[in-house]
Design a protein around this ligand. Sequence first.
Ligand SMILES: [Zn+2]
Ligand SMILES: [Zn+2]
Length: 369
Amino acid sequence: MPTTVTAAVARTGQHGFSIERLELEDPRPDEVLVRYTAAGLCHTDLEAAAGRLPTPHPVVLGHEGAGVVEAVGSGVTGFRPGDRVVLSLDSDGTCRNCLAGQPAYCERHVPLNFESQRADGSVGLTDSAGPVHDHFFGQSSFASHGLAHPRGLIKVDDEVPLATLAPLGCGIVTGAGAVFNSLRVQAGSTVAVFGVGSVGLSALMAAAACGATRVIAVDTKPERLALAKELGATDLVDAVTADTTEAITALTGGRGVDYSVESTGVVAVMNTAIAALAPLGSAAILGVAALDATLHANVFELLKGRTITGSVMGHQAPGVLIPRLLGLHRQGRFPFDRMISTYPLADINTAVADVKTGSTAKAVLTHAA
Ligand SMILES: [Zn+2]
Ligand SMILES: [Zn+2]
C-alpha cells in the first residue's frame, strides 16, 4: 500500500520550495520506511535546491532527519517499527574507507548521497506528472515519510525530543567532530572559530567541552557573535569592524592560536584561519568552496609544524559520534539545543530566509503528527 506523503519539493526554475502531496512506494527488502518528525535545514540542501550540486530535480531534499521507524523491508535487521532514529549520511559499507570506520569518506559518497535515486535508477516518490527524486543522503527528510537505508540510521533513546536531535545528522557532527577527531583539541589550548553559524557554533561548544581556555569566535553578524558568547566563546571578533589577524594576534600574546576551524566556505577566510595558527598549530577546513578553489599557505610557516586538514561529517562514524555528543548534552556540556529554532515544514521558505539573514542559527522543520 503506497503512503501519501506531504513533502517540500525543489523544482528547476521554481523560487523556494513548494509543499506538495506525493505517493511513496512501500519499502524494498533493504529499505526502512521512516515517519519523520523533524529535519534540520542545512546549507547543502540550499545548494542542491539551487541546482549547484549533482542532484536532479524535481527532488525532495533534507538530510538531517529524525523520526520513528514505521515499517522495515524483509531483509532489514536491527530495526523494527517504533524505533526512534536519527538519520545521517548514506554509505556502501564495503569500500576501504567504510571498512576503516569512516563512512563520510565512502568512495561512493557522491552517487549514494547526491544523486537521489536507488542504484538501479528508480525512485520511491511520484506525483501526478511522474517520478520525484528521493533517497537524498539516503533519506529525503523534508517529508512526512521517506524510504531510508538502514546504514544511515542511528537508534536513539527516549529522553531528548526528536526535533532537537534532527540536526545531529550533519551540521552538528561536522563542527564538533572536527574538534574532537580531526584537531583533537587539548585542554588549556587556544581555538579560533571562523564563521559561527550552526557548524561553527558546534565546533565552539566542542572546543569548550574539550577544555580549551581561549575560544575566539569570528563572524560578520553581531547576533551570531552574541549567541557564540552564550555558548562558550571567551572572545568575539567582528570581522566587519576589526582586522581579524591583528585581533587574534593581540588575544594570543602575538603567538597565534593552537587550532583554528573554518566553516564559511570563503577562501580568503580559510587563508586567514591558516595564517592565524601558532607554530605546531592545526587548521580544520570545513566550508565548501567552488570545485576549483585553492588555498594559499606560506611554505616556510607551514614547516614550523603546522597542519592543515579537511574534515567532513565529524571525521568519525555518526553511530559513534552522535552518542558521544548526546552524552555531553545530557551533562549540559554541549548545549546544541540552544541554537535551534523550529518551523512547521509548511514554513520552510521562511526558515530559509531566516537562516540567510542570520536571525536563526539552526532551523529545524517539524512535521505534523
Ligand atoms: Zn564506502
Ligand atoms: Zn548538511
